[in-house]
Design a protein around this ligand. Structure first.
Ligand code: G1P
Ligand code: ZN
Length: 543
């Protein structure tokens, strides 16, 4: 079998974003596009000869073909072994777990997460390191640098065998091991949670609806919820992964998971609802007539995780991304454990987890996870909730009401303006940046600004500094607005505006967040001149 060395030239747009490289699928399918990036990863991490890699994706369009190319390139670059999910499937947390469990040198995860899939939608690829977590900023920079001076890539002139057949085969000198994508992950969940107690819930008539959104979590949820925990068949809906996610947008939030929201707010609503995204690392939690914001979910899990066996010894600390509400901080303070604020993106949690400084992490974008893997983990969050519901015997609504009574409620919302002209979006952020020092004391839409800055993170573990991580504006009375541009979009710019206000008055804890935040929303829109600069008067997505 011949190793071919193919001459190539650098492609300018291969800079990884918040989570790996994401582009339109047709961009990835261009000649040499995927090949250049894969070779840049291999070279950027110092070569892959003799190494073991885990490979899998969320099953979106181009998943199988891309894995075929990656396997041929891995063999040609001297990789000793590739561990691949059957049918090319691995959820992001399951991939992270496999890397750790098998002591692999890293992994390649094919996903554009919650972005739609299909030949005219999105595709993505990211490299995770030996700790199972997303490549750090330093490694990402090395990979990007390599994309800019690449001159050739290596590929084997032979096709790999079928991804459907479990077991081991050879591709050139390399071992290809096709594994059940669910088994190891399900075993890990059984170690962390009280499956008997959760089974007891279902035996007692507790009803749940899990919307897998036609994405990768379907097989995981069916095995764990329906087979191992005894939830009735049909608990998991949209459970078969499809290359275009059933034509939907696999993002578990009230806008895109509307089917589930309608069920949970309809007559005879189940006790518990949940959804996960394209690659299975995000979660949405909803009780009967009660949506739980991801920031609140993080706070509640921080408070009550000790009820699950895997966390019975308490938590070392909690970390949240900066735009996430500060609800979890107050729980940490009450418990006397550490809390950290990091830039957006899971890669910033890795060092804190590896150093044992935190046990649980979360982001407002529906990501929650713990030190069991080095990625956020949708089903893990769902199972921790189920464990807490089983241990307390309380409903989701009851748990949230009690939480807010004790800690106050951080009303929270994110407003997204999508496909904004990139120049306009950059100018909006630049304009805010240049005005930061002058803003305190100024009044916008009747609200006075008390402080303003741009978030910069000093990693307490490795000392690295990440600047330019979002503009923060604080308002008198305790409100906050954060402005940043998405690093995962594939079309124009997405402006994200994060809005938050703490309410401690016991009679004001049950408002609609958009109403409770109305003054902050108006002040944020005015100070950033959103309507004037973008021509948009309402956000495209409100979560
Ligand atoms: C978004 C989320 C962020 C998350 C990332 C990957 O990134 O906001 O919290 O880590 O997706 O799932 P963004 O598009 O905002 O850069
Ligand atoms: Zn995801």
């Amino acid at each position: 079998m011949t190793v071919q060395t193919i001459a190539t030239t650098p492609i300018a747009d291969q800079k990884p974003g918040t989570s790996g490289l994401r582009k339109k699928t047709r961009v990835f399918m261009q000649p040499a596009y995927l090949q250049n990036y894969v070779q840049a990863i291999f070279d950027g991490i110092g070569g892959v000869a003799g190494k073991t890699l885990v490979i899998g994706g969320d099953g979106r369009y181009y998943n199988d073909s891309a894995i075929g190319i990656i396997l041929r390139m891995a063999a040609a670059n001297g990789v000793a072994r590739c561990i691949v999910g059957q049918h090319g499937l691995l959820s992001t947390p399951a991939a992270s777990h496999l890397i750790r469990k098998r002591c692999a040198d890293g992994g390649l995860i094919l996903s554009a997460s919650h972005n739609p899939g299909g030949v005219d939608a999105d595709f993505g690829l990211k490299y995770n390191g030996p700790n199972g977590g997303p490549a750090t900023e330093a490694v990402t920079a090395q990979i990007f640098a390599r994309t800019l001076d690449i001159a050739s890539y290596r590929i084997l002139g032979a096709e790999p065998g079928s991804l459907a057949d479990l077991g081991e085969s050879r591709l050139g000198e390399m071992a290809v091991e096709i594994v059940d994508p669910v088994a190891d992950y399900a075993m890990l969940m059984e170690e962390l949670f009280d499956f008997d107690a959760i089974s007891g819930l279902f035996n007692g008539g507790f009803r749940m609806c899990f919307d897998a959104m036609h994405a990768v979590t379907g097989p995981y949820a069916r095995e764990i919820l329906e087979h191992r925990l005894g939830a009735p068949a049909g608990t998991v809906i949209n459970g078969i992964p499809s290359p275009d996610f059933g034509g939907g947008h696999p993002d578990p939030n009230p806008v895109w998971a509307k089917t589930l929201m309608d069920i949970m707010h309809g007559p005879n609503a189940p006790d518990f609802g949940a959804a996960s995204d394209g690659d299975g690392d995000r979660n949405m939690i909803v009780g009967a007539h009660c949506y739980v914001s991801p920031s609140d979910s993080l706070a509640l899990l921080t408070d009550l995780a000790h009820l699950a066996p895997g966390y019975s010894g308490g938590l070392a600390g909690v970390a949240r991304s900066m735009p996430t509400s500060s609800a979890a901080d107050r729980v940490a303070e009450a418990k006397g454990i550490a809390h950290f604020e990091t830039p957006t993106g899971w890669k910033f949690f890795g060092n804190l987890l590896d150093a044992g400084k935190v046990t649980i992490c979360g982001e407002e974008s529906a990501g929650t996870g713990s030190d069991h893997v080095r990625e956020k983990d949708g089903l893990w969050a769902v199972l921790l909730w189920l464990n807490i519901l089983a241990a307390t015997g309380k409903s989701v609504a009851q748990l949230m009401a009690e939480h807010w009574e004790r800690y106050g409620r951080n009303y929270y919302s994110r407003h997204d303006y999508e496909s904004v002209d990139i120049t306009v979006a950059n100018a909006l952020i630049d304009n805010l940046r240049t005005r930061l020092k002058r803003l305190p004391g100024q009044v916008f839409a009747g609200v006075t600004i008390s402080g303003a800055d741009e978030f910069s993170y000093d990693d307490p573990v490795d000392g690295s500094i990440s600047t330019g991580q979002g503009i923060r504006i604080y308002f008198e009375g305790g409100g906050r607005a954060v402005f940043r541009l998405s690093g995962t979009g594939t079309e124009g710019a997405t402006l994200r505006v994060y809005l938050e206000r703490l309410e401690t008055d016991p009679v004001a804890l049950a408002q609609d967040p958009q109403v409770a935040l109305a003054s902050i929303i108006a002040a944020a829109d005015t100070v950033a001149e959103i309507a004037n600069r973008t021509g948009r008067t309402t956000p495209d997505v409100i979560t």
